[in-house]
Each structure stands twice: as structure tokens, then as C-alpha cells.
Design a binder for this molecule. Structure first.
Ligand code: E4P
Length: 232
């Protein structure tokens, strides 16, 4: 199971790299904006910086288009920025038109596509068959609708375990849109290959009040031994 960091904040990414827990990074236009990346030039600069920082791990960068030709054009530009960039393409346009031809074309060109904004097993099956390398289910948004993210992830993993060999690009399930530390535990158990997690949730996954209390006790008792040495 891999952990991706769902941010464009290079300081945070550097921190999690130093912890040894970063297997990749995902961004999208909303994440970029939140991290102060507001122009196309800044997006290019930040994407190159993150890709360089985490290489050879993958960075997902999302196209900003609702037109299939423009998606292809941007995707082909992104992959020139760095060799470890995967291009995020939404499963449909804003109007519900299929983006599968874009995904399939890019797959044939050797581009790793992260098919994004998916909410159902049906969408995931189509994305995998079209050639998506990463299949992004938005767990939090699925649950927001009153549907069951755990069940969608479980069924998706079961389907991929049986049918993945027939899909062209060795697809893996990324679950994003994590809202709580419990989501992370549940969705790992449901069978996600990759969880993409925001820095604040990663920090919360680590810290535990009972652990802090225990470490405090050990340190206090250990310091007694140290004091005896210092005392001669
Ligand atoms: C993942 O790739 C997505 O960018 C992200 O997890 C979406 O999360 P949100 O639903 O909080 O916007």
C-alpha cells in the first residue's frame, strides 16, 4: 500500500519525504490555488519543483480544460515538464461527455494518466479498460452523497484483482478526498492500492495522547538513570 501526499506545498512534501512515507504526490487546480499557485506560469514552476523533489516518484497534475483537444494539448505539454508527471484527466467533462478517448490516446502515447473525479465502480471499470494508470476514487465525496465509499473501493479492488491483467496499463486504485484519519484506516482495509492524504490528516495519523503520555513516563524514568551517572 502506498501513500501519496495530496498537496502542492513543497515544505510539507519535503517533510514527509524526510519521514520516508511519501510514495508520490497528487495535485489539482483547487489544491494549487490553496497553496498559492494562481497562474499558469506558477503552476508550471511548482509542478517542475515538486516533480524534481520527489523523483522518481510520480506527481499528478490535472489538465484545466473542458474540451478534449485542449486536454490532449495540455497533457502533452505537462509530460515535457518532467519525466515523472502523470496527467490527471477527469472521467467526463462538466457536461458528462466521455473523456475516455483522451485517456486511451494518451495511454497509447506512453503517458501515465490518473483518471480523476470518479465516484462509482462503473466509471472505474471504463477508466481501467481505456488505459488509465491510476484510478482515482473520491472517497469523501462518495460518502457526502450518502453512498458508501468503503463498498465502492472494496468492489473496485475485487474487480481489478480479477480483471486487471486485461487492462493495458497496470492500473492501481488511488483513493482521495480523505476527510478523517478513520477514512484512511477504513479505505486501506477496503483495498485501495494508494491513499492520497492531506498533510493535516497525515499529522493527525501520527500523534496520539496515550503515546505522548507513555513517552513522557519513559523519559522521566530514564532521566533518573542519567542523573545517577551525572551524580557520580
Ligand atoms: C485527489 O487526487 C483529489 O485531488 C483530492 O483528494 C480531492 O479531494 P477533495 O474532495 O477534498 O477536493
Amino acid at each position: 500500500m502506498k501513500i501519496f501526499i495530496d498537496t502542492a506545498d513543497t515544505d510539507q512534501i519535503g517533510k514527509f519525504l524526510s519521514w520516508g512515507i511519501c510514495d508520490g504526490v497528487t495535485t489539482n487546480p483547487s489544491i494549487n490555488l490553496k497553496c498559492g499557485v494562481a497562474t499558469w506560469a506558477q503552476m508550471q514552476e511548482r509542478s517542475r519543483a515538486i516533480a524534481d523533489l520527489i523523483a522518481p516518484r510520480p506527481l499528478s497534475v490535472e489538465v484545466v480544460a473542458d474540451d478534449l483537444e485542449e486536454m490532449l494539448r495540455q497533457a502533452r505539454e505537462y509530460v515535457q515538464w518532467a519525466p515523472n508527471i502523470a496527467v490527471k484527466i477527469t472521467i467526463t467533462t462538466t457536461k458528462g461527455e466521455s473523456c475516455l478517448s483522451v485517456i486511451h490516446t494518451l495511454c497509447k502515447e506512453g503517458v501515465d494518466v490518473n483518471v480523476t473525479a470518479m465516484m462509482t465502480l462503473n466509471q472505474l471499470v471504463l477508466a481501467a479498460k481505456a488505459g488509465g494508470r491510476y484510478l482515482s476514487l473520491f472517497g469523501g465525496r462518495i460518502d457526502d452523497e450518502g453512498n458508501d465509499a468503503y463498498e465502492v473501493i472494496r468492489a473496485s479492488r475485487e474487480w481489478l484483482d480479477v480483471n486487471g491483467d486485461e487492462c493495458p496499463n497496470d492500473p492501481e486504485i488511488i483513493v482521495g478526498s480523505t476527510r478523517t484519519t478513520k477514512n484512511v484506516q477504513d479505505w486501506i482495509e477496503a483495498g485501495a492500492h494508494i491513499l492520497t492524504v492531506t498533510p493535516d490528516i497525515l499529522d493527525k495519523m501520527l500523534v496520539n495522547a496515550r503515546t505522548k503520555e507513555t513517552v513522557t513516563q519513559f523519559l522521566a524514568d530514564g532521566e533518573k538513570a542519567l542523573a545517577s551517572i551525572k551524580g557520580g
